[in-house]
Design a protein around this ligand. Structure first.
Ligand SMILES: Nc1ncnc2c1ncn2[C@@H]1O[C@H](COP(=O)(O)OP(=O)(O)OP(=O)(O)O)[C@@H](O)[C@H]1O
Length: 596
């Protein structure tokens, strides 16, 4: 056994490194800057905790962590392993802080890890002590959750920007930045903001093969969709037979409401959000960790750094704000590598609300979530494509997503969603799921307004200056299931029309088969249906009696549709619609969808 493996065994009790851990430790020990991008639960903390314990002479890794609670948990875990650990933040008593400073300046610090926050690291007392320490010991800096430094990231913390001055003060110290989620833009931003010098970039696939992804649409759950969705959720949780899970909701009151409703239905559930006081929160977390609750119903305030290996399912009751967030939150399931589920409940209304409220750098986040949720596509492929990974659909032994389990059923469901939206828009109505969902608005203000920031810091999402205008969509706009994510099942027809070209589709009461109708409104979905007469390209020509001068025109059903499968910006607009005389071909549609 080599020295590194021996140290891993001694402190972690395991005798093999996980992928890229060893490479990161070696590079960090050699004094290189390192960027580690590994999925949640991959063991990133080993990469910066191990170096100080496996070198001769005094060495301290200063670990910058965004949350005090997160640092506390990590320090406890590290101390239990036998590492010499200290924590320096605003909650620490002055006497303790003085002891830490004096240890750093002693010429041979006894600590191996010093957990702190960006704010505390900016204070002259600690900064000067570290400057003093570097002459007598090896200093290294580890920036945990490094995506917080990026304004493009989903969890930007302005305080992280103060870390820029670290490089100036400690030009010779190696930096290791780690995160579980980073698009190329975020990676570039981390390297630039922290001033990483020719960093060794260690990145593994974001893929979590043991997670099966699934979307459920509240709008398709019938009238009173909130009650129906709740019933569905209870059934889902009960089917997990007492295994542990997390339900994420946007708002605190939704968490309280859901926890109470689940409790009434016999599910042991605790609510966790920043509106509860710290002791209630940590009690709820501890009880959930111990298995006293099947389920914790939480806002995004919960989860960062929670190291519970056997979370078998993560439910999003509301669509997440971004795919980065989704990846992190769903990634809390199955850290033990065993099969687990990530299930997202969505509603078109909520997605549209989120999209309409995005400002500045955040624009596009909800759009990406909507594209994932409202498109017939392999969820894994699409999610990974968002992070720049090209790959095929789920393949065993990976857990299959809902699309890969049954593409036809999923395509039919998406077709149903699109058709509902378009028929409702055609009739000048709200989309059904929006109407049904509106019951939920009684306890929900606009989704982003109450997004939690456990540190109470501002972020681009929350800092809406007067100059920042919300990007309102025109009334009547519905979600365009444009299959924009590269993983989506857009038709790859060689005959597909000119990129970005609009198609004019004439729909009418007679002469248009439901199959054609489906093919026209959702080409992506229709490509998966047994639909022989699907028109893939160019302006769709419908039978004479329904087009041009036919009844279709009389009925005023002229829709301008973007050709699905092509990259197109903005929503799909339905224009020139007249309600009178239009009878939706629902019977035929239902027959085709096989859902009487
Ligand atoms: N080589 C290894 N073999 C087995 N278990 C390991 C190994 N390395 C780390 N672990 C364990 O994996 C779990 C997750 O590790 P860690 O908390 O470092 O993950 P992480 O990548 O930081 O996750 P997150 O991004 O969610 O914070 C811990 O319980 C840790 O002890």
């Amino acid at each position: 056994m080599d020295a590194l493996t021996a140290a891993l065994h001694r402190y972690w009790g395991v005798s093999a490194f996980r992928p890229l851990q060893r490479e990161a430790v070696v590079a960090f020990l050699e004094g290189r800057d390192v960027l580690v991008i590994l999925p949640t639960g991959a063991g990133k903390s080993v990469t910066y905790q191990l170096p100080p314990v496996c070198q001769e002479g005094p060495a301290v890794t200063v670990v910058v962590s965004p949350l005090i609670s997160l640092a506390k948990d990590q320090v406890n875990a590290a101390c239990e392993r036998g590492l010499e650990c200290e924590v320096y933040n605003s909650t620490v008593a002055e006497g303790r802080k003085a002891a830490i400073v004096s240890d750093l300046c002693s010429g041979a610090p006894s600590m191996q890890l010093l957990y702190t926050t960006p704010e505390s690291l900016a204070l002259p007392l600690l900064r000067d002590a570290l400057k003093e320490a570097r002459s007598s010991c090896t200093l290294r800096f580890a920036i945990d959750e490094a995506h917080c430094v990026s304004q493009w990231g989903h969890d930007f913390r302005p305080a992280y920007l103060a870390l820029q001055s670290l490089r100036e003060d400690f030009p010779g110290a190696p930096f290791l930045a780690c995160t579980a989620t980073a698009t190329q833009r975020v990676k570039d931003s981390i390297i630039q903001s922290l001033g990483l010098k020719s960093p060794v970039i260690l990145e593994s696939s974001f893929n979590r093969p043991n997670i099966s992804y699934e979307m459920r649409h509240k709008g398709l759950m019938g009238k009173g969709s909130r009650a129906a969705a709740l019933k569905d959720l209870v059934k889902l949780i009960q089917a997990q037979q007492g295994s542990t899970g997390i339900v994420y909701a946007h708002q605190r009151k939704t968490c309280d409401w859901l926890a109470a409703k689940l409790g009434n239905a016999g599910v042991d559930a605790a609510a966790y959000h920043a509106g509860r006081d710290a002791s209630e929160r940590s009690r709820a977390q501890a009880q959930w960790m111990d298995g006293a609750f099947d389920c914790i119903v939480a806002t995004v305030a919960f989860g960062m750094g929670v190291d519970k290996a056997d979370v078998r399912w993560v439910v999003h009751w509301d669509a997440p704000n971004s795919l980065e967030g989704y990846s992190q939150e769903s990634g809390r399931a199955g850290r033990d590598g065993l099969p687990c589920k990530a299930i997202m409940y969505t509603s078109r209304k909520h997605l549209n609300q989120m999209r309409n409220m995005e400002v500045g750098d955040r624009r596009g986040s909800a759009e990406a979530v909507g594209d994932l949720a409202l498109t017939a596509c392999c969820r894994r492929k699409a999610l990974l494509a968002y992070f720049g990974e090209k790959r095929g659909r789920c393949e065993p032994p990976e857990e299959l997503c809902d699309f890969c389990r049954d593409p036809k059923a999923l395509a039919a469901m998406v077709a149903k969603l699109d058709t509902k939206a378009e028929l409702a828009a055609a009739n000048g109505l709200q989309v059904d799921d929006e109407r049904a969902d509106s019951g939920e608005s009684e306890d929900e203000s606009p989704p982003l307004a109450d997004k939690e920031n456990p540190k109470g810091l501002s972020s681009p999402t929350q800092d809406r200056g007067p100059a920042q205008k919300r990007a309102k969509k025109p009334p009547g706009a519905v979600w365009e299931p444009a299959c924009k994510l590269p993983g989506s099942a857009a038709p790859q027809s060689s005959q597909s029309g000119k990129q970005g070209a609009k198609r004019s589709v004439q729909l009418g009461r007679r002469g248009v088969s439901s199959k054609e109708y489906l093919a026209d409104v959702t080409p992506a979905a229709a490509s998966l249906l047994p639909c022989q007469d699907r028109a893939d390209s160019g302006p769709t020509k419908l039978p004479a009696n329904s087009s041009g001068t036919g009844e279709g025109k009389q009925a005023g059903m002229s829709c301008m549709l973007r050709n699905a499968g092509q990259s197109s910006a903005g929503p799909r607009y339905i224009t020139g619609l007249r309600r009178k005389g239009f009878v939706p071909p629902l019977k035929a549609l239902k027959r085709d969808l096989g859902s009487s």
